[in-house]
Design a protein around this ligand. Structure first.
Ligand SMILES: C[S@@+](CC[C@H](N)C(=O)[O-])C[C@H]1O[C@@H](n2cnc3c(N)ncnc32)[C@H](O)[C@@H]1O
Length: 417
């Protein structure tokens, strides 16, 4: 079956990318944003002046690869990133993108991640595997192969499809298989299959679950490659949170964080205190499971993983010496919060208003990626009377930190990232 998967990505590398666009923009996302992986895997304390070996397994056309390589280059890190993928056509796109950006910290390898034990690529302190495990006949074997290549104190960022958010996808795949089985001559080509998919999409009745699913838009907007990846894939499966937790547990790993954290928190969707109270004692996986069932629109799960027993020490904590850093565009965020008590977030068909804590604008306005939390206090305390004392500032900061960290906008470092 792996041959069919390879053929799919030789024919239609996904996501489709034009290397020339690298001159205009950097695509940033999750997993593998350097601030994120430092925060969730290295307690914010990774020293990027030291060597860093990463593997991007199933690197495809290079989105995660290029972001990680660029971030490490910008951090002045003596890094080596190994790109591994079955598809030569995808690798060609990724290589071209690296060339346009003058990135010389990447080694390109064509092959299967299942062959890692014999590829002799060494150990890695970080492994990215985004959108790949769910295409394997045996994802458990895939994660085991990755884990064997992971340094003892290393971590991974992975993405697998989410079952509820993909509601309607699998019945549509099944219908297209039926139509393919009864296709008239000429031979069944990818072009014919794409045309059939488009014809059927146009005629879906209003009650069809794919038509009703508002979270699938990006794949459908992704041209031929997006459509094929969504509806004509020879092999894919999706995971609920408990199924993902089981996969992770089976590999001797544990989940350090779900991205974006707010989407895995029932409190992001519920306001009734009596309902929320009953959920307080749930462990993080059970809370994430409830949030997934409640939201219904999680079409992919992005998680950071560490070896079992390490999650507690792997995730950064807001002590006074830590340096808070906003993801790109942070200044504009602080400005946009002035005088507001809530923030509108729209994602995958859902629009929610999330409460933002008092003084968010002032506190985030003082966050510049250089000041420690203690320095942020000195800066804000000088102008905001209510935040002058430490006993007033610290809980106010913690609330702001929790809110914007959950939104995946605010991270902590020891100052080196
Ligand atoms: C959906 S694409 C994701 C690409 C990239 N990680 C991203 O997020 O943009 C899946 C990629 O996994 C690759 N792949 C599938 N099975 C693989 C395997 N056993 N070993 C290595 N790569 C594999 C495919 O060739 C394809 O490029």
């Amino acid at each position: 079956m792996s041959d069919k998967v390879r053929q799919q990505y030789e024919l239609l590398p996904y996501p489709a990318r034009d290397p020339r666009d690298e001159a205009q923009r950097l695509i940033e996302g999750s997993p593998s944003h350097l601030l994120e992986l430092n925060h969730y895997l290295y307690a914010g304390a990774r020293d990027f002046t030291q060597p860093f070996r990463a593997l991007v397994a199933g690197g495809g056309t290079g989105d995660g690869l290029i972001m990680l390589a660029q971030h490490l280059k910008d951090a002045g890190c003596p890094a080596e990133i190994v790109y591994l993928d079955l598809s030569v056509a995808s690798r060609a796109v990724a290589e071209q993108r690296a060339k346009v950006r003058d990135l010389d910290n990447i080694t390109f390898v064509t092959g299967s991640l299942l062959d890692l034990p014999t590829l002799d690529l060494g150990q890695f302190v970080y492994i990215d595997c985004c959108g790949v495990l769910h295409h394997l006949a045996d994802p458990t074997a895939g994660l085991a192969a990755l884990t064997a290549a992971l340094a003892p104190d290393g971590g991974m960022g992975i993405m697998v499809y989410g079952t509820l958010g993909r509601t309607g996808v699998y019945p549509m795949q099944a219908m297209l298989k039926t139509l393919a089985a009864y296709a008239p001559a000429p031979a069944l080509t990818a072009t014919n299959q794409l045309a059939t998919a488009r014809d059927l999409l146009k005629q879906l009745p209003a009650t069809n679950w794919l038509r009703r699913n508002q979270s699938i838009g990006d794949h459908l907007a992704g041209g031929d490659a997006g459509l094929a990846d969504l509806l004509l894939h020879p092999q894919d499966r999706a995971y609920t949170v408990p199924e993902l937790a089981e996969l992770v547990r089976g590999a001797g790993l544990e989940i350090a964080a779900f991205i974006e954290p707010w989407r895995y928190d029932p409190a992001s969707y519920l306001t009734d205190p009596s309902l929320l109270h009953r959920l307080e004692r749930l462990d993080p996986i059970a809370r994430a499971t409830f949030a997934e069932q409640l939201a219904g629109n999680l079409k992919r799960h992005i998680v950071y993983l560490v070896r079992k027993g390490r999650a507690g020490g792997a995730v950064a904590w807001p002590d006074d010496g830590m340096v808070p850093v906003l993801r790109a565009g942070g200044g504009a965020l602080a400005d946009s919060l002035k005088g507001r008590s809530n923030l509108k977030v729209s994602i995958d068909g859902l629009e929610v208003r999330l409460q933002i804590p008092p003084h968010s604008a002032e506190i985030l306005g003082a966050v510049d990626g250089k000041r420690s939390i203690a320095d942020v206090h000195r800066t804000v305390g000088g102008t905001v009377e209510a935040l002058k004392s430490r006993s007033a500032f610290k809980p106010a900061f913690d609330r702001v930190y929790q809110t914007f960290n959950k939104l995946n906008r605010l991270f902590l470092t020891r100052g080196a990232a």
